[in-house]
Design a protein around this ligand. Structure first.
Ligand SMILES: O=C(O)[C@H](O)[C@@H](O)[C@H](O)[C@H](O)COP(=O)(O)O
Length: 257
C-alpha cells in the first residue's frame, strides 16, 4: 500500500513499502496516462531519464500493460543523454533499449534518440531541431503558457546530489531560460559530455514522475521535501511543472522524511 505524504507544494508524494511496489505503481501511473493521452491526442509523448529509472519501469513491459498499452502511439524521448555511441555501455539509449524499448512493439521512427555522430553542442542543436519538427507536425504539444514544448509525461530519476536530467547543483545550466536542449562538457557525473533538456522544457510538462529508490537518496529527499529552503535550491527542487508532479519513493528513500 502506498502512503501519501502531503508535500508543501502542489506535488504529491507517494511512499511504497518496497521497490517492487513502487515499480507496480509507476507502471499503472504510466499506463493510465497513456490511455488518457492516446484518447485525447492520439499520441503519447514520453520522456525518460537514464539511471535507475529504467529498472523502475520494468513492470510496464510485463502483463497486463505490455498487452494493453497502444505502443504504436508512443513517442519516446530522453531528458538527457550521454554523448557516446548508441552501443556504448554509458548510453542512456542503450539502457532504455535493453530494459524497455526492445520489449515493446513501438515503431522505430517514434524513438527519438540523439545523433551520436555529432559533438555535444551539435547533438543538442540537432535534438532541439527534431523537437521543433515534431511540434510543427503536432506530435509534440506546445505550452500556451511558456511557449516551450509540453510533453505528456516525463519519467525521471534523481541523483544523490539532487540533480535531475543533466542539470547539476551549482552549474550555470540550471538557469538556462531560452534553449530547449543544451549541452554540458563538464558533467560532475561521468561521462562529462552530455545533452540535456532545460528547466523551461521540463517545467512545461503536463505530468512529471520522480522515481527515487534506496537509502542513498534519503538525505536529499529529506532536504528537497523539507522546510529548510535557506540554501540554494537543488535542481530537483526546481522541478515545478505546469501540470502534475508525483514523487514515487520507496520506504528507504523516504526514511528521513
Ligand atoms: O544520464 C544520466 O545520468 C541520467 O539521466 C540522470 O539524470 C539520472 O536520472 C540520475 O543521475 C539518477 O540516476 P540514478 O537513479 O541511477 O541515481
Amino acid at each position: 500500500m502506498a502512503e501519501t505524504v502531503s508535500g508543501e507544494s502542489k506535488a504529491e508524494v507517494k511512499v511504497y513499502d518496497s521497490d517492487e511496489e513502487l515499480a507496480v505503481a509507476l507502471a499503472k501511473y504510466t499506463a493510465d496516462l497513456s490511455e488518457k493521452f492516446c484518447k485525447e491526442r492520439d499520441v503519447f509523448t514520453v520522456v525518460v531519464s537514464g539511471g535507475s529509472l529504467i529498472k523502475s519501469l520494468r513492470k510496464l513491459v510485463e502483463p497486463p500493460y505490455i498487452d494493453s498499452i497502444d505502443w504504436s502511439k508512443w513517442h519516446v524521448f530522453w531528458v538527457d543523454e550521454r554523448v557516446v555511441p548508441k552501443d556504448h555501455p554509458d548510453s542512456n539509449y542503450l539502457l532504455a533499449y535493453d530494459g524497455f524499448l526492445s520489449k515493446i512493439p513501438i515503431p522505430a521512427g517514434n524513438v527519438h534518440a540523439i545523433n551520436d555522430a555529432l559533438s555535444a553542442e551539435a547533438a543538442a542543436d540537432d535534438y532541439e531541431t527534431c523537437l521543433r519538427h515534431l511540434v510543427k507536425s503536432k506530435i509534440l504539444d506546445i505550452s500556451e503558457e511558456s511557449g516551450f514544448p509540453k510533453f505528456d509525461v516525463m519519467l525521471l530519476g534523481m541523483g544523490p546530489d539532487g540533480h535531475v536530467a543533466s542539470l547539476f547543483p551549482g552549474h550555470p545550466l540550471v538557469h538556462e531560460k531560452a534553449k530547449w536542449v543544451t549541452f554540458i562538457k563538464d558533467s560532475p557525473k561521468p561521462p562529462p559530455n552530455r545533452i540535456t533538456f532545460t528547466f523551461p522544457v521540463i517545467n512545461s510538462s503536463a505530468n512529471i514522475a520522480l522515481a527515487i529508490v534506496g537509502a542513498g537518496k534519503a538525505d536529499v529527499v529529506h532536504k528537497s521535501l523539507g522546510d529548510d529552503k535557506s540554501s540554494d535550491l537543488l535542481p530537483v527542487q526546481m522541478v515545478s511543472p505546469e501540470g502534475e508532479l508525483v514523487w514515487f519513493l520507496d520506504k528507504d528513500a523516504a526514511s528521513k522524511l
